[in-house]
Design a protein around this ligand. Structure first.
Ligand code: SAM
Length: 287
């Protein structure tokens, strides 16, 4: 089997199978060995690890992961890719391919049936569902140790930035509550087949054992964060008082803001994760 990770062998295999790229599945395959090396190194894999790969495509990254990790579970939605994966992964006895939608995958079940340890996620993600995938992986009870993924550059920025940046929002706060984000490398469009219209970045999220801030009620914290960024140009007081599901009055919100030394006109995008946790703990009594 020819080594994948370059334009020639990728073109050869997709032609031989008569495979048509499907835009709706975000199919941009990696054809750059240097970038593959960087992703695999950043994931810090050992034989004790089980990797969950999302969207193996034709198996380019999967082959590398199988060489470094103890086991790989690769979840691919596109049925047309399964026969190709059977060929490209035939020499790797430690890979299991699941033909399903990652958003419906029982991630806890995968961890339990493959060694019982928390999984390391490594992927060149389909960009159309990056945020729901990241949220599902970080969710409190998901057995995930780290997430090393290729995403759209702008989304990587949103995960990493703090208050004061125009990219700062609900995704930044959610990611930084659960994990430490680190940019690994930026990736030009020329490293993919076909070339995407956006620039890409590899980011690693290392999950914290304990969140860096103490929230009395996590669900309430995230409900407040979502409401705060739902209407970006509004003040925090307006955003929270207008969010039907929260049941907070304007007066309650303003009095808590004032007790924190904040003006009634403060905007969500200026508050750090620590301040959001404090706000949520103080507003808890009005639930
Ligand atoms: N890993 C390959 C590579 O780097 O060359 C392919 C990456 S491509 C950006 C994204 C892959 O995710 C495609 O193979 C696509 O079919 C698959 N995919 C898209 N949506 C998916 C979903 N909901 N669940 C599982 N896989 C999905």
């Amino acid at each position: 089997m020819a080594t994948l990770g370059n334009r020639r062998s990728t073109a050869e295999i997709i032609q031989r199978y008569g495979f048509d790229f499907r835009k709706k599945y975000g199919q941009n395959f990696l054809v750059d060995n240097g970038i593959l090396d960087k992703i695999v190194a950043a994931a810090e894999l050992g034989k004790e690890d089980c990797v969950l790969e999302i969207g193996p495509g034709i198996g380019t990254l999967t082959q590398r992961l199988a060489e470094e990790a103890g086991e790989v579970v690769a979840v691919e939605i596109d049925r047309e890719l399964i026969p190709i994966l059977e060929e490209t992964l035939a020499d790797y006895g430690n890979v299991t391919v699941l033909n399903e939608d990652i958003l419906k995958t029982d991630i806890r079940g995968v961890a339990e049936t493959h060694g019982g340890r928390p999984l390391k996620v490594v992927a060149n993600l389909p960009y159309y569902i990056t945020t729901p995938i990241i949220m599902a992986l970080l969710e409190r009870h998901a057995p995930i140790r780290s997430v090393t993924v290729m995403v759209q550059r702008e989304v990587a920025e949103r995960m990493r930035v703090g208050p004061g940046s125009k990219e700062y929002g609900a995704l930044s706060l959610a990611v930084q509550y659960y994990a430490k984000p680190e940019i690994i490398t930026h990736v030009p469009a020329a490293c993919f087949m076909p070339k995407p219209n956006v620039d890409s970045t590899v980011i690693r999220l290392t999950r914290y054992e304990e969140p860096p801030v103490a929230a009395r009620d996590e669900e309430w914290l995230f409900a407040l964060i979502r409401a705060s960024f739902n209407q970006r140009r509004k003040t925090l007081a307006n955003g929270l008082a207008n969010a039907g599901g929260l049941g907070l009055s304007r007066q309650q919100v303003e009095s808590v803001l004032s007790s924190m030394g904040l003006p009634p006109t403060v905007r969500g995008e200026t508050l750090s994760l620590e301040r959001f946790a404090e706000l949520s703990n103080r507003l808890c009594e009005f639930r």
